[in-house]
Design a protein around this ligand. Structure first.
Ligand code: G4P
Length: 283
């Protein structure tokens, strides 16, 4: 598969993030709980060094609960604070304030020693496109927040969302670019729908998903599509096309339609809670 990209975009976004990071105490990085490695760009480790770090396993509602636990442990072991969230319905969001205080304990203590009282923790949200940054900011900030702009000593035009007396959030998230050059990363991003479908071959994506599900989530395809999983990947796709009545004019099987049914069912959670990447395996 081939992906087009625009380096100009990326350079500008990175430069902006470098500037914004100077203003904050804590980086809140969203990753997709189904693909926690492919939905990260490790550049953030360099950009965010010396900052407190919180990883949110977002879309945890779509991922396998056991794997969510394993990923939490994986990132905690690497020194991150971690919270599992569903930004869409707010599950897990309440826990974040407490974790932010914990993650920024050092800064809070330092302020106290210097006699600075009640200076809120400043945070920014970062992540790759489509990981749920805007949804998270809206849910986390809720309606109760007030926006505070152009504070003295703060870059003009920056908007801060005052979440409560302890935390302020930069209202524009930082965009990180995934590691497109890695084919597996591209495939995994495509599976979860983070890459536009127009530039992908949906047949190929469906086949790859069938292959993965047969191996790691036995019985899921058989149950939903009443197909026999022991066939080849193409045979399984064919059965899905037959059973779902995916036909072209002239009655030929419509493989593309069957493939996109599988892909959409996976993305929307209709196939169940499915994690694509496992912590013990590198992508
Ligand atoms: P971004 O700012 O990082 O680019 O992502 P954005 O918030 O636009 O979210 C991208 C998509 O992911 C949206 O779906 C959003 O609803 C969905 N989403 C975000 N967080 C979660 C989550 O925790 N769980 C689930 N299940 N979905 C989440 P969309 O299809 O583009 O829009 P919509 O149909 O949901 O309105």
């Amino acid at each position: 598969m081939n992906y087009q990209w625009y380096p100009g975009h990326m350079t500008k976004a990175r430069r902006m993030m470098q500037e914004d990071i100077k203003l904050i105490d804590l980086v809140i990085e969203l990753v997709d709980a189904r693909i926690p490695l492919s939905s990260r760009n490790p550049d953030i480790d360099e950009l965010g060094k010396n900052k407190a770090r919180l990883i949110l396993l977002n879309k945890a509602d779509l991922a396998n609960e056991k794997q969510n636990e394993l990923w939490s442990a994986y990132f905690k072991e690497k020194g991150f604070f971690v919270v599992k969230v569903n930004s869409k319905n707010g599950t897990g969001i309440k826990a974040i304030n407490g974790v932010i205080q914990e993650a920024c304990q050092e800064k809070i203590e330092r302020d106290r020693r210097r006699g600075i009282k009640n200076r809120p923790v400043r945070a920014m949200v970062v992540g790759i496109p489509n990981v749920g940054k805007s949804t998270f900011i809206n849910t986390f900030a809720g309606k109760a927040c007030t926006k505070t702009g152009n504070k003295p000593g703060v870059t003009k035009g920056k908007q801060w969302i005052r979440l409560n007396k302890n935390v302020e959030l930069l209202d524009t998230p930082g965009i990180l670019w995934p590691k497109f050059e890695d084919q597996t990363v591209g495939l995994h991003l495509a599976m979860v729908g983070s890459i536009k479908d127009e530039i992908l071959n949906v047949d190929e994506l469906g086949i790859q998903l069938i292959h993965f599900l047969k191996e790691h989530y036995k019985g899921v395809l058989a149950e939903r599509y009443e197909c026999d999983e022991s066939g080849t990947d193409v045979e399984v796709l064919e059965q899905i096309a037959v059973n779902r009545g995916c036909r072209l004019k002239g009655n030929d099987l419509d493989y593309a339609k069957a493939a996109s049914t599988v892909v959409e069912d996976f993305r929307s959670g209709r196939l169940g809670k499915i994690t694509i990447e496992f912590p013990e395996r590198k992508v």
